[in-house]
Design a protein around this ligand. Structure first.
Ligand code: A2P
Length: 326
């Protein structure tokens, strides 16, 4: 089987190569593609050295699958060209997520929405994936009315340039800025770009993608996205109001039984999810699970996951794995 990886030289591209190997795709022929700047560079995959090619050349080879992590522009331009060749595209950018004809998939939740004819499948935003992983089993049982979420997002979500910015700032050296401000010793309530209504694009994704994945357009989401000088994963403080009341013991059972979710919640031992634990792990970690006593039928959760893994590479490769198994 041939797999094209568009954005193979990027931060997520590197994790994609690792996760592909871990999940048994090491024998596949990898076609690493990136921008014209990188053509001819080498990347490693499953112990082999592969040449980076242009996206056009990758399309010519008509691979069975193409996984994209190169931003929205290349996805809009090239995904349809792969699809015309019969390739199934799994796209990690926001280019196709809100298109009603394109499935937006977290395999543990709504893998069933992919139809045999689908040739472009969207991978959700990293902060949405980890939040819906924790909320999907609770939504099924109690139905969510409204979510108030504040995120504490790792700089790795912005890509290589942001990782370089933080490293250089820590070393006291000048650098190209990925953000409008210094990120070391700082944080800012700003992810993506500002929209006319005062929210950022990253905040709007949390609303629209949650509704689409959980198949409920009445869910309210009020989000504040914060970028923090952390690597290893995104954290989220989630306050969720349901239509039905719940028993705490059942909430624990539902979370413990959700595939891909790990409950880490023992205040007596200072056990709660942290990016330091979540780094390089595929699971979504949930802790600080508490009833919100300020209003009925409302729960607080703290949700952490490695945004480069379940938030990006792992989820995309799980989608491919599911299709291969079909
Ligand atoms: P390149 O390394 O040639 O710039 P990151 O998010 O870590 O910055 O990575 C972005 C990835 O997307 C890189 O692999 C980058 O390649 C790739 N990329 C950026 N623009 C394009 C483009 N126009 N066509 C193909 N790949 C692109």
């Amino acid at each position: 089987m041939k797999i094209a990886l568009v954005g193979a030289t990027g931060l997520v591209g590197g994790v994609m190569r690792k996760v592909l190997e871990e999940r048994g795709f090491g024998d596949c022929e990898l076609i690493p593609a990136a921008s014209a700047r990188s053509v001819g560079k080498k990347v490693t995959f499953a112990g082999k050295v592969c040449n980076v090619v242009s996206v056009e050349e990758a399309i010519e080879q008509a691979p069975e699958y193409a996984i994209f992590s190169a931003g929205s522009g290349p996805s809009l331009q090239y995904a349809p060209l792969f699809a015309q060749k019969g390739t199934v595209v799994i796209d990690n950018s926001s280019a196709w997520r809100s298109d009603p004809d394109i499935p937006l998939v977290v395999p543990e939740i709504n893998g069933d929405v992919i139809r045999p004819a689908d040739h472009i499948i969207a991978n959700p935003n990293c902060s949405t994936i980890q939040m819906v992983m924790a909320l999907a089993p609770l939504h099924k049982r109690y139905r969510i009315k409204r979510i108030v979420v504040s995120t504490y997002q790792s700089i790795t979500g912005t890509g290589m340039k942001a990782v370089n910015q933080l490293a250089k700032e820590r070393a006291g050296e000048p650098c190209d800025m990925a953000y409008p401000y210094q990120i070391d010793m700082n944080l800012f309530p700003h992810g993506g770009t500002f929209e006319e209504n005062g929210y950022t694009t990253e905040e709007t994704k949390l609303l629209n993608e949650t509704r689409k994945i959980l198949r409920d357009n009445e869910i309210g989401v009020s989000a504040t996205v914060v970028r923090v000088p952390v690597t290893g994963g995104h954290s989220e403080s989630v306050n969720v109001e349901f239509y039905e009341d719940f028993e705490m013991s059942e909430v624990y059972d539902l979370l413990n039984n959700m595939p891909g979710v790990v409950v880490q919640d023992n205040p007596a031992e200072n056990l709660y999810p942290m990016p330091l634990f979540a780094k390089d792990k595929d699971e979504v970690f949930v802790g600080r699970i508490r009833r919100d006593f300020s209003q009925p039928k409302t729960l607080n959760l703290w949700v952490v996951a490695d945004n480069l893994r379940k938030g990006a590479a792992t989820n995309a490769i799980q989608i491919m794995q599911m299709l291969v198994n079909r």
